[in-house]
Design a protein around this ligand. Structure first.
Ligand SMILES: CC(C)(COP(=O)(O)OP(=O)(O)OC[C@H]1O[C@@H](n2cnc3c(N)ncnc32)[C@H](O)[C@@H]1OP(=O)(O)O)[C@@H](O)C(=O)NCCC(=O)NCCS
Length: 184
């Protein structure tokens, strides 16, 4: 049974279904987030970034259920995450992977029961399709071994490890070159 993959077009009920998936997935270790809080955080994030350049929320549907989500947008100086990551990187690394602007993958999640069936790879491909950037970047918890294996398997490069944002757990940063596939 194949999933249907669509870019979210603004429907509130669909967004609520995505938030439910987000709350379920990030209640798992190593994230251990409070489902109510993380649901709110996800919705705030979508509303905050909706006007950002190249904003996309990609949803995978199985019947009426959201079984995967991928969220991202273009970033430049002034972006909250970028402004906290760049100072922790060697200048050349920051220039190579984040440049003046790049695409930031903010969230990626597959429903536990649907994992390792290709959903993550498919929604990520739709998220990154045709973007006007030469690189995409993201951070992952260092302890999130399945996620790290997933990014490595999908061609991402580990750009940096041992980073933190404020009191966060240790993070690593991954980068992907988009030039070959999509950018000018
Ligand atoms: C990371 C995540 C989105 C991957 O989604 P997915 O739908 O399972 O991904 P795919 O089926 O496309 O890819 C699976 C591949 O990723 C790697 N992988 C994923 N989970 C793995 C695990 N538990 N152990 C080893 N490899 C794993 C493998 O290469 C795997 O291929 P294989 O099954 O042939 O060995 C999913 O595990 C998830 O939602 N995790 C919790 C949330 C999260 O960590 N998000 C990322 C935040 S940065």
């Amino acid at each position: 049974m194949e999933e249907t993959i669509r870019i979210w077009a603004g429907d509130a009920a669909e967004l609520a279904a995505a938030a439910d998936l987000y709350a379920t997935v990030f209640a798992e270790l190593p994230y251990d987030e409070n489902p109510q809080q993380s649901r709110t955080t996800f919705l705030d994030r979508v509303h905050r970034y909706r006007s950002a350049p190249d904003f996309r929320l990609v949803l995978a549907w199985h019947d009426d259920e959201v079984v995967g989500l991928a969220l991202g947008n273009g970033i430049a100086a002034g972006d909250w995450w970028r402004d906290r990551i760049v100072p922790q990187l060697p200048k050349t690394t920051a220039a190579e992977w984040l440049g003046d602007e790049c695409f930031s993958v903010i969230e990626l999640a597959t429903a536990p029961a649907r994992r390792r069936g290709g959903v993550g790879a498919k929604i990520l491909a739709v998220l990154l399709d045709g973007l006007p950037y030469s690189t995409a970047v993201l951070s992952a918890y260092s302890d999130a071994e399945p996620a790290r294996r997933f990014y490595r398997a999908n061609g991402w490069t580990e750009v940096a490890t041992g980073l933190r944002i404020g009191e966060s757990p240790e993070l690593c940063v991954y980068g992907l070159r988009l030039d070959d596939a999509d950018a000018d």
